[in-house]
Design a binder for this molecule. Structure first.
Ligand code: BG6
Length: 467
């Protein structure tokens, strides 16, 4: 691996930071979820006991956490900025000085330890006030507010933060358009299509505006998108299954990347707009913004956890019909093992994806989420946590990245696995842990080093040689 390869870990503000009632922070949609104890992903509503207002309390532990990261040898750390810490209502007249001060301290601390911050501008924690007033991303006012928020971030932190990511996993926006809106629609609702495309279009304007601003304001700054990679295999060699798998990858990944990188919607997306006579994509200001070189990303960052199988309706066999991810309406791969959480383990899928995406766009890649999330970690009486399953998963996936880089000549400049210090799952589960460091939520957020901590330290020290 290259000498300056970024080794580290990854988090998001709403899942890791806590301190929701401090420092003048405003309410985000996750604070509302914590209060109500109810969450909705797509059309599925469920109860959650995850209190996102505290989570892992990075807000008060950041010095200790950054020291631990440095001890592991991190030279990169991905985090997100909570929009509501900078603008409590999303679009206040002035930024919240305490919020800016907090992130200044975090970035200073990271730089002091030789750790390059990689910052996501929007990791889903939409200000509740924008949801109430403008229906979140449905309203163009939210896009304007986002532009101002980004400008503030670049101006305040751009002297130290050189790697930026725009919207987390926004390739899934068309699948889950109501995640950050007040309006909750079912896919079968009459106006769903229009709502979905307006939300999607607005998030895309927001993305392009952020990229443009970053290039204008941050000296030597690099900015990328962040997508959820979703490698899909056909369940059988039947052409209909092959078609389903191809379609999935187009709809869920490549149509979106085509827009961001080529600067215009591809024919399938245009077809969707045309079907309901929406002409938004033809607006001059959008065309100009999207096609301008200054609005083009410098790299592609992505998450990778598992692969899926697709099959056509008529080829469905009961045997393989267990739904892996309801959201994707996908099927389990009978050839692969699963984690105790039910996600398939497929390191080769990671290498396949990296080759595919690099062949298509020829842009550097940054892996910003990967890892094993399980409920199996046990804090022993002597403060140890034995997690050989996590080491095995990561060993295989780091090997896949190495193969992609060293054998296939893919340009990938970092590996930042998810939840390097335990945090709450995005789907309301506080028992699912990914970290090298255990957080005791029942005892003052005390931190403990897992076995994987010592293993990852050696991996980093040897630049990926000692796995
Ligand atoms: C990604 C998100 O989709 O997957 C993270 O960017 C999330 O926010 C991660 O936490 C893992 O998913 P989960 O459900 O295990 O939290």
């Amino acid at each position: 691996m290259k000498k300056d390869f970024l080794w580290g870990g990854s988090t998001s503000a709403f899942q890791f930071e806590g301190g929701a009632n401090e420092g003048g922070k405003g309410e985000s949609i996750y604070d509302v979820i914590s209060k109500s104890g109810e969450m909705q992903i797509g059309e599925v509503k469920f109860k959650t006991d995850a209190d996102y207002s505290t989570t892992s309390d990075f807000y008060h532990h950041y010095k200790e956490d950054i020291a631990l990261m440095a001890e592991m040898g991190f030279n990169g750390f991905r985090m997100s900025i909570a929009w509501t810490r900078i603008f409590p209502n999303g679009d206040d007249a002035n930024y919240n000085e305490e919020g800016v001060k907090f992130y200044n301290s975090v970035f200073d601390e990271l730089i002091k330890h030789g750790i390059q911050p990689v910052v996501t501008l929007f990791h889903w924690d939409m200000p509740q006030s924008l949801v109430e007033r403008f229906d979140g991303w449905y309203g163009s006012e939210t896009v304007d507010a986002f532009e101002r928020y980004c400008k503030t971030c670049f101006e305040q932190f751009g002297d130290r933060v050189k790697y930026w990511l725009t919207l987390n996993e926004n390739n899934l926006c068309k699948l889950l358009p109501c995640l950050q809106t007040k309006t909750k629609l079912k896919a079968s609702d009459e106006n769903f299509e229009e709502f979905k495309l307006k939300v999607y279009h607005n998030t895309n304007i927001a993305h392009f505006k952020a990229v443009k601003l970053c290039h204008e304001i941050v000296k030597d700054g690099k900015i990328g998108c962040m997508i959820a990679s979703s490698i899909a295999y056909p369940m059988t060699s039947h052409p209909k299954d092959v078609f389903e798998a191809t379609k999935h990858q187009q709809n869920k990944m490549y149509d979106y990347l085509d827009l961001l990188i080529k600067g215009k919607y591809n024919r399938r997306d245009i077809g969707e707009f045309d079907n309901i006579n929406l002409t938004l994509y033809k607006d001059n200001s959008f065309v100009e913004l999207a096609s301008n070189d200054i609005s083009k990303i410098d790299f592609i960052s992505f998450s990778y956890y598992f692969s899926i199988c697709m099959q056509s309706e008529e080829n469905k066999s009961n045997e393989n019909a267990a739904t892996l991810q309801i959201m994707y309406q996908a099927y389990e791969n009978p050839k692969l093992e699963k984690s105790s959480f039910g996600w398939t383990i497929d390191p080769l899928g990671l290498r396949i994806f990296m080759n595919d995406v690099y062949d298509r766009y020829n842009l550097p890649l940054l892996l910003v989420e990967n890892g094993l999330g399980v409920e199996d970690d046990v804090l022993e009486a002597d403060g140890t946590i034995h997690d050989p399953y996590r080491v095995e998963y990561l060993r295989q996936h780091i090997n896949a990245v190495k193969d992609a880089v060293e054998i296939d000549h893919v340009d990938c400049f970092g590996f930042l696995p998810w939840g390097c210090i335990d945090l709450y799952s995005a789907s309301g589960n506080k028992k699912k842990r990914y970290g090298f460091i255990y957080v005791d939520y029942d005892d003052n957020f005390k931190r403990y080093k897992k076995d994987s901590f010592y293993w990852y330290k050696e991996v980093i020290k040897s630049n990926g040689e000692k796995l």
